[in-house]
Design a protein around this ligand. Structure first.
Ligand SMILES: [Zn+2]
Length: 140
């Protein structure tokens, strides 16, 4: 994401990758939002879990979810979670094709509604990568 988007939010604690989630963070570092897909049943899920929530399979592969998503839900945060975090900001739970839902920050201000189209991207500050969403003009 270019420009003065202000994301990731300054002052926000940096996410900590673990062995399971490392491929997700590596994806963001490469500019791509990736979700695990169970190799047994083929269904994507998020966040990554030791076993597939649908079939219990323990093998997974990671694939890009693309950039097009829709609003599943959102909240407006008006009280900072850490000192220096500017408020308000909006956290969106976006649903991608295939049904996987990934949280991220809304870039800018927009009047959201359920199922509104979003464009997903990766924003970086001081080496921290996060998922961001922008509202897309709804032509439908
Ligand atoms: Zn499965």
């Amino acid at each position: 994401v270019s420009g003065a988007a202000g994301l990731p939010l300054p002052g926000m604690p940096a996410p900590a990758a673990d062995e399971l989630s490392l491929p997700f963070w590596e994806g963001l570092a490469a500019g791509e939002i990736r979700a695990p897909r169970c190799t047994a049943c083929g269904r994507p899920h998020f966040p990554v879990l030791p076993a597939c929530p649908f079939c219990g399979g323990r093998e997974r592969e990671w694939a890009s979810v693309g950039e097009e998503a829709r609003v599943f839900s959102w909240i407006v945060v008006r009280r900072g979670v850490a000192p220096g975090v500017p408020v308000p900001y909006t956290v969106v739970l976006a649903e991608f094709p295939g049904g996987v839902r990934i949280p991220g920050n809304l870039d800018g201000e927009a009047a959201l509604r359920a199922d509104a189209p979003l464009r997903a991207a990766v924003a970086t500050r001081d080496g921290v990568d996060v998922v961001v969403y922008r509202a897309v003009a709804d032509r439908g």
